[in-house]
Design a protein around this ligand. Structure first.
Ligand SMILES: Cc1cc2nc3c(=O)[nH]c(=O)nc-3n(C[C@H](O)[C@H](O)[C@H](O)COP(=O)(O)OP(=O)(O)OC[C@H]3O[C@@H](n4cnc5c(N)ncnc54)[C@H](O)[C@@H]3O)c2cc1C
Length: 343
C-alpha cells in the first residue's frame, strides 16, 4: 500500500460497508476509483468499452490545473485534494507523475492570479517572452511579444503514456480485474453479484444515464519530439488556446476546445497548433509524431458526483462530467465516491 494512504486507509477500513464494486469506465476517473476501492479491501472490477491509450484520458495533456469544469467551489476543493496525492506520487519515478513549472499567460489582459492558487506560491512573470533563446541573442521575432502577462506555479504533470498503465497495474496488483471491450447499454446489465455500480463513463454517460446536460468539448493535440531546453509547461487559455507540455519522451502541443462529437483528426487544426506553439517557443516547427483527439466530458450543471438508484434496487454512484479537469480532480473525486459509498 502506498505510504501516503496508509494511516488514513487503515482508519477507514473498519467502516467499510460495500463488499463488491463494479466500475464502468477505464479512463483516469474509473482507474483512480478502482485503486481507492481495491486498496481498501473491496472486490473491485472495471467494465469498459475502451481502455488505456484508447480512452479520452489518453489524449489529455494531463497537467494539474482546474479548467473547463463546474461548479467552481467543489472543483477547487477536489483539485487541491488531488494536488497533494499527485505530489506524493511524483516522489516515485515509476508513476509517470512529476512536478514542473506551469507558466500561464494571457495575450490580452493583465492576468489574474487565482485566489485558490495563493497557498501554492504563484509567481507573477515579468518577462513574458517565451522564446527559448534569450532575446538579446537574435533579432526580435513575433513570439517575443505574443503574451502580455503571466504567472508561474509548480504543478503535477501526469505523463499519460506512463500514468494510466501505472494506475491499471497498481489496481491489478491489489487483485482488481479489468474487463475490456465491454459496451454496456444500461447499468442494470452489470453482473448482479456486484452490489455497487460506479459510473465513470466520461462522455459515454450521455447515452448510458442518459444525460443531455453533457456536452462534448472536443480537443485535439499534436505529439512532437522532445524540445531542447523546454523544462516548463507553457499555457495560454485566450483564443487560440495554446499549450506546450514537455513529457518524459516527447512534448504535447495543443490545442482546441469546441463543441463537437467529431473524433476524426483535423489536419488544419494540427497545422495551426504547431504554428502557434512554435511561434510562442520561438523554434522551428517540429515534426509531428502523432495527433490525438478526445472529447472532454463537460457538464453544464457541473460535475455529477452523487448516489442514485438503479431499477433493480442497487446503488449507483455517478462520477462524471469533469470537462477539461479529469486528471486534476481524479483523487479528490475518488475519495468523495468512497465516502458516498460508505455513508
Ligand atoms: C486534448 C485534451 C487535453 C486535456 N488536458 C487536460 C489536462 O491538462 N488536465 C486535466 O486534468 N484534464 C485534461 N483533459 C480532460 C481529461 O482528459 C478528461 O476530463 C478525463 O479524461 C475524463 O476522464 P474519465 O475517466 O471521466 O473519462 P474517459 O477517459 O473518457 O473514460 C471513459 C471510460 O468509460 C468507458 N465507457 C463509456 N461509455 C461506456 C459504455 N456505454 N459501456 C462501457 N464503457 C463505457 C470508456 O470506454 C472509457 O473507458 C484534457 C482532455 C483533452 C481531450
Amino acid at each position: 500500500m502506498p505510504f501516503y494512504m496508509t494511516r488514513r486507509l487503515i482508519a477507514r477500513r473498519s467502516f467499510l460497508m460495500v463488499k463488491s464494486v463494479a466500475i464502468v469506465g477505464a479512463g483516469v476517473s474509473g482507474l483512480t476509483c478502482a485503486v481507492v476501492f481495491a486498496e481498501r479491501g473491496c472486490r473491485t472490477a472495471i467494465f469498459a468499452e475502451a481502455t488505456g491509450q484508447h480512452t479520452t484520458s489518453a489524449a489529455a495533456a494531463a497537467v494539474w490545473f482546474p479548467y473547463d469544469a463546474e461548479p467552481v467551489d467543489s472543483v477547487i476543493a477536489w483539485a487541491l485534494e488531488t494536488y497533494d496525492v499527485l505530489v506524493d506520487l511524483s516522489r516515485d519515478s515509476q508513476t509517470g507523475v512529476s512536478v514542473l513549472e506551469l507558466r500561464q499567460f494571457s495575450r490580452t489582459d493583465e492576468i489574474a492570479i487565482p485566489d485558490w492558487s495563493i497557498p501554492l506560491g504563484p509567481q507573477r512573470l515579468f518577462a513574458v517572452a517565451t522564446g527559448l533563446r534569450p532575446v538579446s541573442d537574435r533579432p526580435q521575432r513575433d513570439g517575443d511579444n505574443l503574451f502580455q502577462s503571466g504567472f508561474a506555479l509548480s504543478v503535477p504533470l501526469m505523463d499519460t503514456m506512463i500514468y494510466l498503465d501505472y494506475l491499471a497495474n497498481r489496481f491489478i496488483k491489489t487483485g482488481g480485474e479489468i474487463n475490456a471491450n465491454v459496451r454496456l447499454e444500461k447499468f442494470e446489465d452489470v453482473d448482479p453479484r456486484f452490489d455497487l455500480v460506479i459510473n465513470c463513463a466520461g462522455i459515454g454517460a450521455r447515452g448510458l444515464v442518459p444525460d443531455a446536460d453533457l456536452e462534448p468539448h472536443r480537443g485535439q493535440v499534436a505529439i512532437v519530439p522532445k524540445i531542447d531546453n523546454l523544462n516548463c509547461a507553457i499555457v495560454c487559455d485566450d483564443e487560440p488556446l495554446m499549450y506546450a507540455v514537455p513529457r518524459a519522451n516527447d512534448c504535447v502541443f495543443g490545442g482546441t476546445n469546441e463543441i463537437s462529437d467529431d473524433l476524426a483528426v483535423d489536419p488544419a487544426a494540427t497545422s495551426t497548433i504547431v504554428a502557434e506553439c512554435s511561434r510562442a517557443l520561438n523554434i522551428d516547427k517540429p515534426k509531428v509524431r502523432a495527433e490525438r483527439v478526445g472529447l472532454r466530458p463537460f457538464r453544464k450543471s457541473g460535475v455529477r458526483l452523487e448516489r442514485g438508484k438503479l431499477r433493480d434496487g442497487r446503488t449507483v454512484i455517478h462520477n462524471y462530467g469533469h470537462g477539461g479537469s479529469g486528471f486534476t480532480l481524479s483523487w479528490g473525486c475518488a475519495q468523495k465516491v468512497f465516502d458516498l459509498a460508505n455513508r
